[in-house]
Design a protein around this ligand. Structure first.
Ligand SMILES: NC(=O)c1ccc[n+]([C@@H]2O[C@H](COP(=O)([O-])OP(=O)(O)OC[C@H]3O[C@@H](n4cnc5c(N)ncnc54)[C@H](OP(=O)(O)O)[C@@H]3O)[C@@H](O)[C@H]2O)c1
Length: 367
């Protein structure tokens, strides 16, 4: 793809920078960011790509919620708008954090919708990030766009490690006793937060009326590249902790970030593409296989397993949730493959090989 204008909201993060690297030498990229002009790195301490690195990229300030002329005029004449903006879900799900996770996604999506409606030269395509976590916890069958099960009942999404389960049952009992089953607290305990976020995000997106602009929600799996989740996994390997997590049977759906970029290009070129697409490699693996591959590729023979209680304690200490590791995400990209998209990285092993080979050696240890 050449000479296109691509606006990426939230493009300073892991996926946004990878998209800039992929498209930014031959297309003009405008990144909408809340950062001030003197910020040079993102939350992964990656240096932000600039014109000096050979990329046609500009950073334009927005607040992620208000339509202002300085950034909304960038939408005019854009070929693709990609929305990646949202507070990271890699945190403890306390009330304040949860609200920020909801609000950041809803506000950014609303603001982009309004800006697209206002412009006289709307983009051909608007791709909104979405998440493959929308599908239920599944150990028995994969979910796709046609038959996948989307349920926000807590019980359909919990990974059911003993600690999570006990905590959930205790809180539910207390809420039923002291607040009643009709209370907000009780209902919140019954529903799964992550699925609610995914559902609301897509609802707000598809509610935007943007005549002349095709809309695609990209239900993206855990994305692998030189930043993002690969860093903590390689750190675990370094310390010999790269054994199975929990039962190890939970499925790990993933996608190479290069295939995310390629799928966006394919969606742009495929003028019939509209609606929901799963952006996940066709071959999910179990958590056990993921960690085995990582051990083999980093040359770490020892990989101590981490039981659910250890993960629970570790997640508390590093300020995240075990759901990110323990939910069984089994998703396949039926729509894209049926319509002709071919993944460069259909197999995890090849994806990891490429990513690890590309990383500086200090990021992992070789025995
Ligand atoms: N990485 C994955 O495996 C994965 C999988 C499925 C879905 N997704 C979704 O895809 C999107 C991009 O993923 P990513 O890994 O690139 O995320 P990321 O590294 O966390 O980047 C997201 C960007 O969103 C912006 N942002 C953060 N908080 C915000 C707020 N309160 N209001 C407005 N903007 C805010 C930030 O840009 P500024 O600070 O510059 O404004 C940040 O760079 C996210 O929404 C994520 O949920 C990611």
């Amino acid at each position: 793809m050449k000479n296109k204008k691509i606006v990426i909201a939230g493009g300073t993060g892991f996926i946004g920078q990878a998209l800039t690297e992929y498209f930014g030498r031959t297309n003009s990229i405008v990144i909408l960011s809340r950062l001030s002009g003197d910020t040079h790195t993102n939350l992964y301490h990656q240096k932000l790509l600039t014109v000096d690195d050979g990329y046609l990229v500009r950073y334009v300030k927005w607040d992620g919620k208000t339509v202002e002329e300085n950034w909304s005029e960038e939408i005019a004449g854009a070929d693709i708008v990609i929305n990646l903006a949202g507070k990271s879900v890699n945190c403890r799900y306390h009330k304040k954090q949860k609200q920020e996770i909801f609000d950041s996604r809803v506000n950014a999506t609303n603001a982009l919708g309004e800006a697209i409606r206002k412009t006289s030269h709307p983009p051909a395509l608007w791709v909104n990030a979405a998440s493959a976590t929308i599908y239920q916890n599944s150990l028995t069958a994969p979910n796709d766009e046609f038959t996948g099960v989307i349920s926000d009942r807590k019980e359909d999404n919990m990974p059911y490690n003993i600690i999570d389960n006990l905590r959930y049952r205790k809180n539910r009992l207390l809420a039923a006793l002291f607040q009643g089953k009709e209370s907000e607290v009780y209902k919140n305990l019954e529903t799964d937060f992550s699925v609610q976020v995914c559902k609301l995000w897509e609802k707000v997106f598809f509610e935007q009326e943007t005549h002349g602009t095709r809309k695609v929600a990209l239900r993206t799996a855990i994305t692998l590249g030189k930043a993002g989740v690969i860093t903590p996994y390689l750190n675990l390997c370094k310390f010999g902790l790269c054994g199975k997590q929990g039962s190890g049977k939970q499925m790990f759906s993933w996608v190479h970030v290069e295939d995310v970029a390629r799928m966006i290009q394919w969606l742009y070129e495929n003028e019939k593409a509209i609606g929901v697409y799963n952006c996940v490699a066709p071959n999910a693996v179990s958590n056990y296989s993921l960690l085995k591959s990582l051990r083999q590729l980093t040359g770490n023979k020892i990989g101590l397993p981490a039981g659910s209680w250890m993960l629970e304690a570790g997640a508390f200490l590093i300020g995240t949730e075990t759901e990110l590791l323990l939910k069984s995400r089994w998703v396949i990209p039926t729509r894209a493959t049926r319509e002709g998209f071919v993944f460069n990285y259909p197999l995890l092993r090849n994806a990891l090989e490429q990513i690890i080979a590309d990383l500086p050696r200090r990021n992992y240890s070789l025995s």
